[in-house]
Design a protein. Sequence first.
Length: 410
Amino acid sequence: MALIVQKYGGTSVGDIERIRNVARRVIDTYNRGNDVVVVVSAMSGETDRLVNLSKQMTPSPSEREYDVLVATGEQVSVALLSMALHSQGVDAESFLGYQVKIVTDSAFSKARIMKIETDELLRALRAKKIAIVAGFQGVDENNNITTLGRGGSDTTGVALAAALKADVCEIYTDVEGVYTTDPNICPEARKLEKISYDEMLEMASLGAKVLQTRSVEFAKKYGVKVMVLSSFTSKPGTLVTKEDEDMEQVVVSGVTYNKNESKITVIRVPDKPGIAYTVFGPISEANIVVDMIIQNASAEGYTDLTFTVPKTDLHKALAIVKKTAGEIGAKDVTVHENIAKVSIVGVGMKSHAGVASKMFKVLSDEGVNIMMISTSEIKISCAIDSKYTELAVRVLHNAFGLDKLGVTEE
Ligand code: ADP
Ligand code: ASP
Ligand code: MG
């Protein structure tokens, strides 16, 4: 007998029939003698719908009320799944974040889990019930409802698995595992049998939304065994685990993209000590993550400062930057709203030269202009115009031989 946490994403609970399908899978696991805790997302499209409602009300909603609103999607799906289980004769109980006590900090819309109380869930499991937990939401120390950022139900799943010391956390989604790139934009993408925490962390943080980055951080920190699988088939998925010898020894193991980027340039900034801090300090205080940064060579004591922020934070960031630009006497602030970051990822890159130049050549052969570059030991990222995203992903996937990697499907 094992303790299994299963997380089902939005598409998997997208309508009544799909929720019934999830119930059948959950019962199957339960009937094999396991304790089961299920985490569910909102029905597909629901969180977007709620975000849109808030936008219609006001362009800058109260952050607290935004979370009260967007957390409601998951309340619907836990209740419906619980009913589906009841109607198949199985005892189940639903829990919202505050009922479990998933305690987070107070960073509304991107809160981090600080602590999870397990008493209520263990009580339900002892009573032989299936516990169904709303993903994506928590509660802060002042009893405010918080949410964990888009895709946050993955993190709820893995964090619960860590807190409950579960044997495995199964992430059920609409693809059959983690692929060399997004299978929905590159038909040649290959499913990986296994991927290391570090590579998965890099892929997730660079845009592979199959797992939220924070969920992989949790998995790595607490050694949670994570399986990514499809809720529509029974094919083997991808195991996310510690690096080991039989993982494929390749230079590049994945290609990712992130279209949620915008570029801001502050023109003719005085080139003197303290300027970077003056520009970026207020942005980080507003909880906005600046990603790529470049500063031009100084000419006549002036320079241009270019950086990217999440497109979803552009409105907020721009207001802050314009204010700072006025204070430091910069000439202007310009924006390119539709930027994509395409990246190649692989632990094998550490010991290989020439990977970056190959990436630049592949993009230039397609006439794709590189606006910014950033590198780490195991990844290279290029900012490009987002209209070239799909093209860039496909040619890079091909150039680095990824179509020949991974599991061979019969
Ligand atoms: P869920 O609603 O189940 O959480 P998501 O839409 O958040 O599902 O994540 C699954 C999606 O992630 C897939 O449909 C796929 O388009 C996308 N994706 C991006 N990169 C990858 C990758 N490397 N492997 C698998 N899926 C990926
Ligand atoms: N419903 C939330 C979202 O759409 C959380 C999740 O699906 O993981 O982002
Ligand atoms: Mg998701």
